[in-house]
Design a protein around this ligand. Structure first.
Ligand code: CP
Length: 326
C-alpha cells in the first residue's frame, strides 16, 4: 500500500498526512484556507481554541529539529491538546526497544496522534500502517522522501504574498538531491498549477531524472533565477551525503550562494524563502537572509497556523472558519 493510499480514507479525506504526492488541489486548498482561520489565534490574549481538547499528541522525533518540533508542539497546545515530546535519545529505544514496541507502549497511554521525524525514508508511512485505526500520523520529515507540512507552510507563505499561484515562476536552489522539502514542494506546486518550477544547482546535487517530476533544470544560477517570483534556498544536507559532492563550502557559495547581486536577476518583487536551518555564507548571504525580500521568519510563524489546520483536519475537528476565529 502506498503512502498516498494510506493517507486518505475511503471517502478520499485526509486520515494521515504523509506526503503531498497524490493530493488534489482540493486537499491542498482545504488546508491552506483552513490555516487562514488560525493565524489570528497568535494575537489573542489566550492563544487557544478547543478543537483538540481531550486529545493527546506525541512528538516522536528521531532526528534533530528546531522549527518543526516546536511549532508542532505550539500548534497542538493552541488546539488545546495534551502534548508529549518523546526525547528518543534518552528513551528506551537506546536500550534496544523496537519502534513497534515503542509505538504500542505509547498507544497503551491512549495517544491519538504521532508527529514523526525520522532519518529513514518511509518511516512515517511504516508507522501509519502499524497504529490503531483511531490514531493519526503526520510526517514531520522522513529521510530525503517528504516533508509535507513544510511544503504546505511554504505554499501558505507564497500565497499570502502572491495569491495567483498559476502565474508564478518558482526556483528551488541548492541541494535538491537530498531534500525532502524540495520533493514535497515540487509535487504541491505542480498540483496547484504553478507556471514554472525550476531546480537550480550543481550536477552533483540535482537528481538526473528530476525532469520527470515536471521541473526545469538549471546549473547556471543566473539563468535559473532570471525573472522568478519566488526563490526557495536549500542548505547542503551533509548528514545525508554519502561522499564529498562539492569541492568546498567556500566554492559552493561562490558559485551558488544567494547574494544581493544574484537576486537582481529575479523579478523586482521576488520573495526569498528558506525552510531552515540556514547556513549563512554557504547557501545564502546574511544581507539577503535578513533583507527586505526575505520571508524566512514568516515561514516559521505560518508553520504554527498550517500545522494547527492539518492536525484539526485529520482528527476530523473541522469547524467553520468563523468559529475558529471566535
Ligand atoms: N525546516 C525544518 O524542518 O527545520 P527543522 O529541522 O529545524 O525542523
Amino acid at each position: 500500500m502506498t503512502a498516498r493510499d494510506i493517507q486518505l480514507d475511503q471517502n478520499g479525506r485526509l486520515r494521515h498526512f504523509l506526503t503531498t504526492e497524490g493530493l488534489s488541489q482540493q486537499h491542498l486548498y482545504e488546508i491552506l484556507d483552513y490555516a487562514e482561520s488560525f493565524v489570528g489565534v497568535a494575537d489573542r490574549a489566550v492563544k487557544k481554541v478547543p478543537l483538540l481538547r481531550g486529545k493527546t499528541v506525541v512528538n516522536l522525533f528521531f532526528e534533530p529539529s528546531t522549527r518543526t518540533r516546536t511549532t508542532f508542539e505550539l500548534a497542538a497546545k493552541r488546539l488545546s491538546a495534551d502534548v508529549l515530546n518523546l526525547d528518543v535519545s534518552t528513551s528506551s529505544a537506546t536500550k534496544g526497544e523496537s519502534l513497534q514496541d515503542t509505538l504500542r507502549t505509547l498507544e497503551a497511554m491512549h495517544c491519538d496522534m504521532f508527529v514523526v521525524r525520522h532519518a529513514n525514508s518511509g518511516a512515517a508511512h511504516f508507522i501509519a500502517r502499524q497504529v490503531a485505526p483511531h490514531v493519526r500520523v503526520i510526517n514531520g520529515g522522513d529521510g530525503r522522501h517528504a516533508h509535507p507540512t513544510q511544503a504546505l507552510l511554504d505554499l501558505f507563505t507564497i500565497r499570502r504574498h502572491k495569491p495567483d499561484i498559476a502565474s508564478l515562476r518558482v526556483a528551488i536552489v541548492g541541494d535538491v538531491a537530498h531534500s525532502r522539502v524540495a520533493r514535497s514542494e515540487i509535487h504541491a506546486l505542480n498540483t496547484l498549477g504553478a507556471r514554472e518550477v525550476r531546480v537550480v544547482g550543481p550536477r552533483t546535487l540535482i537528481p538526473s531524472e528530476i525532469e520527470a517530476m515536471g521541473v526545469r533544470v538549471f546549473h547556471d544560477v543566473s539563468q535559473g533565477l532570471a525573472d522568478v517570483d519566488v526563490i526557495i534556498m536549500l542548505r547542503l544536507q551533509r548528514e545525508r551525503m554519502r561522499s564529498a559532492l562539492l569541492p568546498s563550502e567556500h566554492e559552493y557559495f561562490h558559485c551558488y550562494g544567494l547574494t544581493q547581486k544574484r537576486l537582481r536577476v529575479a523579478r523586482p518583487d521576488a520573495i526569498v524563502m528558506h525552510p531552515g536551518p540556514i547556513n549563512r555564507g554557504v547557501e545564502i548571504d546574511s544581507e539577503v537572509a535578513d533583507g527586505e525580500r526575505s520571508v524566512i521568519l514568516q515561514q516559521v510563524s505560518h508553520g504554527i497556523a498550517v500545522r494547527m489546520a492539518i492536525m484539526a483536519l485529520i482528527m476530523g475537528s473541522v469547524v467553520p472558519a468563523s468559529a475558529a476565529e471566535d
